[in-house]
Design a protein around this ligand. Structure first.
Ligand code: DX5
Ligand code: ZN
Length: 232
């Protein structure tokens, strides 16, 4: 079983990580889809929670996260695509999420929600959609562990990567250097091995990949992780 060392992910050295998104796995056998990536040597999995309101799709909830947690020690990165994520933070924390990320776009008290995630002893992330201005999340940069830049409109796997989002990644990368923030920068949506060099150059630390990961064979997945610069 893979052991997760949070200090490795969030320490000074800031490793690069390839994070498969289980959205592209088999939803009638998520445990199998998780076991598969663990077997590949991955140490971080991305779990997409969709509520049918904030995004036009529905996936799974805290019970599924809890059942996956019982089977693994791999890092659980829970991406809440929800209109009211603040109502579910305790449930996902209780379920065993390691990191909970919430979108800036819906209207709720973002500062309060981020501080609740921390109070629950979890890492926190703020997520920004492709067409949302970067300034929207500036007030939260000092308190988050992760900035997630969506490289597709959220809701579905298998869409095309939006390279223009890398300008935004560059802004968060520069701000981190200049102001000494600690967050990791993650991209999510349409990521394939071809995008990795540009993403890396822009300052990405964590690459979420659903379709491109699950459709690849083991050797290609290993090459994908190497190209991502995975050292964790
Ligand atoms: C999209 C999700 C992504 C999705 C990525 O709304 O947030 O995490 O799983 O899947 P691919 O890599 O297929 O775009
Ligand atoms: Zn996601």
């Amino acid at each position: 079983m893979v052991t997760t060392d949070l200090d490795t992910f969030f320490g000074e050295s800031r490793p690069r990580i390839l994070a498969p998104s289980i959205l592209a796995g088999d939803h009638a056998d998520l445990a199998g889809s998780l076991a598969e990536i663990e077997h590949d040597g991955r140490r971080w999995v991305h779990l997409d929670v969709m509520d049918g309101h904030f995004v036009p799709n529905v996936t799974f909830g805290p019970q599924t996260v809890a059942d996956l947690r019982r089977r693994t020690e791999i890092f659980l990165d829970v991406h809440l695509m929800m209109e009211c994520p603040h109502q579910f933070l305790d449930a996902f924390a209780e379920a065993g999420a390691d990191l909970i990320s919430i979108h800036i776009e819906p209207d709720y008290d973002h500062a309060k929600a981020l501080s609740r995630i921390r109070a629950l002893g979890k890492r926190s992330g703020i997520v920004i959609n492709p067409d949302t201005r970067p300034e929207k999340i500036f007030p939260y940069l000092d308190e988050v562990d992760l900035v997630l830049c969506m490289t597709v409109q959220p809701g579905f796997g298998g869409q095309a990567f939006m390279p223009e989002v890398l300008d935004k990644v560059g802004i968060f990368h520069e701000l981190r250097e200049k102001e000494g923030h600690r967050y990791l920068i993650e991209v999510d949506g349409g990521v394939t091995p071809e995008h990795l060099p540009l993403c890396t150059k822009a300052g990405v630390d964590v690459f979420v990949a659903g379709t491109a990961y699950y459709k690849a064979d083991t050797a290609t997945r290993t090459a994908f992780a190497e190209l991502a610069g995975e050292t964790a």
